[in-house]
Design a protein around this ligand. Structure first.
Ligand code: DON
Length: 304
């Protein structure tokens, strides 16, 4: 076995014993996740994949969708127009906080729910079906295979997502949301319910690390400046109210989601993904945070 896989297996074995955290249940369908599911995958710029544990377990993207849809919106509108609707400053608040900048009504950044809903509404389309079609095609190109929606998770979030709908209506009344609030929230619920594996997420992260070109398929998914901008916003805002501590400890742009997925990108080197459903109090997957912390220290990954 190669040394990379050896190192991932060793890390996986040790962290499997971590029993902290709780599986998210505020979206009822997510509560069905197996807390022992735990996979790690890493994809190099040469397109090589290394994996440990259950890297093929299927789960939904949730907030890990946000950076990829932001990159798509940047490509559609350009950075200046995108910035008119969504800021790029860390909010210091929880992922589901109300976020309306005084004066502009913009949400603080595209990584919190409010900013992600505003970003989804920016994707160019002639209506919600085309908008989601473009989002799904883009996520699929990042992953290098055709992805689909977990209809049960979508329905579960649509049935319980009133807080996100409220965020959309607040932004509409403040003048920052470009689409109908109910439609924007619904499209966002669908993007959160797209099914992936840790192996997919590692390819997606590696595509950002590779300047927007998928290192496995060779396909250019987004323009290099948009990939770089997305990584910059992940670095400052991807881990919500823990973003500062994360950058101090791990030092890589990253994004987590409530289904237990977490991606991190080492620009020009690799993309890495961990999946493990139990979350800490701020909604970050416990084993994934531990795995990235150890990898950063052992392999000197910190970009600073
Ligand atoms: O909007 C929500 O609450 C979920 N669909 C996604 C939130 C999420 O993943 C936050 N991540 N840590």
């Amino acid at each position: 076995m190669d040394p990379e896989t050896d190192a991932l297996n060793e890390l996986h074995r040790r962290l499997s014993g971590l029993r902290d955290g709780r599986v998210a249940d505020y979206i009822p369908q997510l509560a069905l996740a197996d807390p022992d599911d735990f996979g790690i995958a890493l994809v190099s710029m040469g397109g090589n994949t290394y994996r440990a544990g259950k890297a093929d377990s299927v789960f939904t993207l949730q907030s890990v969708s946000k950076p990829f849809v932001y990159a798509l919106a940047l490509g559609d509108l350009g950075p200046r127009e995108t910035l008119r609707h969504v800021g790029v400053e860390p909010s210091g608040n929880a992922f589901n906080a109300i976020s309306l900048e005084p004066g502009t009504g913009r949400p603080a950044n595209p990584m919190i729910n409010a900013g992600a809903i505003a970003t989804t509404a920016l994707v160019r389309a002639d209506g919600p079906a085309e908008r989601f079609g473009r989002i799904l095609a883009c996520l699929s190109a990042f992953a290098g295979r055709t992805l689909d929606v977990d209809e049960d998770v979508y329905a579960s979030e649509a049935a319980t997502g009133d807080r996100n709908r409220a965020l959309a209506y607040l932004m509409r009344s403040a003048g920052s949301l470009r689409a109908d609030p109910a439609e924007a929230a619904d499209t966002y619920f669908r993007q959160c319910a797209v099914r992936v594996t840790a192996a997919d997420l590692a390819v997606m992260a590696a595509t950002l690390a590779n300047g927007g070109r998928n290192p496995v398929t060779g396909v250019r998914v987004v323009a290099e400046p948009d990939a770089v901008r997305t990584l910059a916003v992940m670095a400052t805002c991807g881990m919500y109210d823990g973003a500062g501590q994360w950058l101090l400890d791990v030092g890589l742009p990253a994004k987590s989601g409530v289904s237990g997925g977490l991606i991190a990108a080492s620009p020009g080197r690799f993309g890495v993904a961990v999946h493990s459903p139990p979350l800490d109090a701020s909604g970050k997957p416990v084993r994934a945070v531990a795995a990235l912390g150890e990898m950063a220290e052992r392999f000197g990954l910190h970009i600073m």
